[in-house]
Ligand binder design. Structure first.
Ligand SMILES: [Zn+2]
Length: 388
């Protein structure tokens, strides 16, 4: 049966959208009423929620794997800036944080004073880094400095060109970049460590090489120095000795609050439309749907942790609560560590004010169940250990 997408109500729906996100440990249960375009749209806001916000932090602590490509390092924390300052030597390294908050040195080439050093948490990771770096060297030596902000715009890039034993740079613009191209990232947030921050190239969790420095020019000069060393046969880089991995890790979070909230509203709406399919095309859902798609604000906000509802650390819950004004949808992620609610005005899904139902997602076992009234409360409370 062909049906219209419940969000845009224009396109024909596909079926690739999870009712509850797999990235948060949801089961493989799909919506039958979301089109590919809306689904793509949602993945942008979900990235803000799952990878960059506090929820990303919780995912890493709980060891939720998501879609990490790095098999050695499951459940990576995908914040854009995670560093370790080697206090003794005043060197800032790129580090990663994975499964339940373990940190490790990312494979990287880093400039310290006038020399370049090779660092890595493990030998296989350094090998992988070198392989990807060499693939880049065999290609057009393109460094992406700016991504297109809109469809149809071009990538701003720097190309390194060998000319009589010297590497020169060319500024170019591309419609499409090859997968071997490397990315540039400016040091943005960590002002404290900025004065010790030397240019480097490192491998991130998605298998991309990234050049990072305080100024673009600094990063470009570093790459020229690196390419020149290799070209002149001085491509064997040593480790910098005496790293102390117990030094503090500096993490900086930066995310788009609106996009994060759009993702939260979408998660609530998906659950509502899936468990109450009669609401799918109800126009009372329109403001919330528009918000999820990037539109005007609705009545929504963070909620506090409520002991009776949020007493199991191993679950997420979505509560549907009938008020006089409409349906309150409350999502409590990671046992209420992160809680968000919004109202669908004038919607009645129960015949009595005060009635509730809810979805419980056991993210460790990847199961989800929808319970009505007493069963919902019973299942929330079940297995709760009473501390003595
Ligand atoms: Zn759609």
């Amino acid at each position: 049966m062909i049906s219209k997408c419940a969000y845009c109500e224009v396109n024909v729906s596909g079926n690739s959208e999870h009712v509850f996100p797999k990235s948060l440990g949801g089961q493989n249960i799909y919506m039958d009423c979301v089109c590919n375009q809306c689904n793509n749209n949602f993945s942008k806001s979900e990235r803000e929620l799952f990878q960059k916000s506090l929820v990303g932090l919780m995912r890493s602590i709980e060891g939720l794997e998501g879609y990490s490509k790095n098999k050695l390092r499951p459940a990576p924390l995908k914040f854009s800036e995670i560093f370790q300052l080697d206090i003794e030597n005043q060197i800032v390294y790129e580090v990663g944080v994975h499964s339940a908050f373990k940190h490790y040195l990312r494979p990287q080439l880093i400039q310290v004073e006038d020399k370049i050093y090779a660092e890595s948490g493990s030998y296989p990771e350094m090998e992988n880094f070198v392989k990807i770096f060499n693939e880049w060297r065999k290609e057009d030596l393109v460094l992406i400095t700016e991504f297109p902000s809109r469809n149809g715009e071009k990538y701003k890039c720097i190309q390194f060109v060998l000319h009589e034993d010297e590497f020169l740079i060319k500024k170019i613009e591309l419609i499409k970049v090859k997968k071997e191209a490397i990315y540039y990232s400016l040091l943005k947030n960590n002002k404290k460590i900025a004065k010790h921050f030397m240019p480097r190239i490192f491998l991130d969790d998605s298998g991309k090489l990234i050049v990072r420095s305080r100024k673009v020019e600094e990063g470009i000069q570093f790459i020229i120095k690196l390419l020149t060393s290799i070209h002149k046969g001085k491509g064997q880089f040593k480790n910098f000795t005496d790293k102390n991995l117990n030094d503090p890790v500096h993490i900086s979070m930066s995310f788009d609050v609106k996009m994060m909230q759009q993702a939260l509203v979408k998660i609530g709406l998906n659950a509502l439309m899936h468990y109450y399919p009669e609401t799918k095309y109800n126009q009372l859902l329109r403001p919330a749907k528009n918000y999820a798609l990037g539109g005007e604000s609705i009545r929504a906000g963070l909620d506090i942790k409520v002991p009776i509802l949020d007493n199991r650390q191993d679950i997420h819950s979505i509560l549907f609560y009938q008020l006089n004004e409409g349906i309150m949808i409350r999502s409590a992620l990671f046992g209420g560590s992160f809680t968000y609610k919004f109202l669908i005005e004038n919607l009645f899904i129960f015949n009595q004010v005060g009635n509730v139902s809810g979805l419980i997602v056991d993210f460790k076992n990847s199961t989800q169940n929808h319970y009505i009234m007493d069963d919902f409360l019973f299942n929330l409370i079940r297995d709760t250990k009473i501390k003595e």
